[in-house]
Design a protein around this ligand. Structure first.
Ligand SMILES: Nc1ncnc2c1ncn2[C@@H]1O[C@H](COP(=O)(O)OP(=O)(O)OP(=O)(O)O)[C@@H](O)[C@H]1O
Ligand SMILES: [Mg+2]
Length: 242
């Protein structure tokens, strides 16, 4: 088995929307490769296409043209059913709004990705172990509305990681959290994905996160540019996690 898995490759990916008879190009022929185990941060102004790019990588959305390869598989060329199965098996998502299912307990939320991929028998113990890793062993049977924002996001992180995905995608995961809770959640995501050697692609408005990332990219006018100005990166205060 290859040590390196989960490479994300975009080959001339364009995404355009038709609106009121006009075409708006959000991504223009984006070609990039994110290596295995890398923590990638995507920066860009509101409306620059960050969520669009993440949703394309995650197979939630389809490009207008170009190809998206996850671990060598062109996900945009799969039919809807195959893409859904691939996504369940290999992609973990963490959203700004947590997106937990309100009628399921924390444990049941984390069990869901395993059950949906036909791993019902091991779902319970794996979900329990994952919730322990995010420090929520004592809250497994709580429903989401009884959990704090930080706890809900930790459940969402457990849900994203429980099926051992190739790639973890996080869209402003700290956007709804206060500063301290956000830092703790970021630290957890970083640690858990690094431990497991996963690719993490995170969209954020927080330039502070730059200190944790392996590579930083900025979307501007539909073009993805790597931010390699080390001086600039080093001038940003690094996050200190205690
Ligand atoms: N279904 C759609 N139809 C038309 N335009 C869309 C659609 N979805 C997104 N857009 C447009 O595409 C552009 C990029 O949107 P996207 O959500 O990717 O931005 P973003 O960088 O994630 O912004 P934010 O930081 O505010 O979340 C925006 O101008 C948005 O209005
Ligand atoms: Mg967005």
């Amino acid at each position: 088995m290859s040590v390196c898995s989960g490479v994300i490759r975009l080959d001339r990916v364009t995404k355009a929307y038709e609106e009121a008879g006009k075409t708006r190009v959000v991504l223009r022929e984006v070609s990039i490769e994110f290596g295995c185990g890398e923590f990638i941060v995507l920066l860009g102004k509101s409306g620059s296409g960050k969520s669009t790019l993440l949703n394309l990588i995650g197979g939630i959305d389809q490009p207008t043209s170009g190809d998206i390869y996850i671990d060598g598989h062109a996900i945009n060329r799969m039919d809807d059913e195959a893409r859904t199965l691939f996504r369940r098996k290999h992609i973990g998502f963490v959203f700004q709004a947590f997106n937990l299912i309100p009628t399921l307990t924390a444990l049941e939320n984390v069990m869901l990705p395993l059950e949906l991929s036909g791993k019902s028998r091991e779902a319970r113990w794996r979900a329990q172990a994952m919730l322990e890793q995010v420090g929520l062993a004592h809250r497994m049977n709580a429903f989401p509305d009884r959990l704090s924002g930080g706890e809900q996001q930790r459940v969402a992180i457990a849900r994203a990681l429980v099926n051992d995905p190739l790639v973890v995608l996080a869209d402003e995961p700290t956007g709804n959290l206060d500063y301290e809770t956000g830092r703790a959640v970021l630290s957890l995501l970083d640690t858990l994905t690094r431990q497991a050697g996963k690719n993490l692609v995170m969209v954020t408005h927080s330039e502070e996160v730059i200190g944790l990332a392996d590579r930083v990219f900025r979307l501007r006018d539909g073009v993805l540019v790597e931010d390699i100005q080390l001086e600039e990166r080093l001038s940003v205060p690094q996050l200190a996690f205690g």
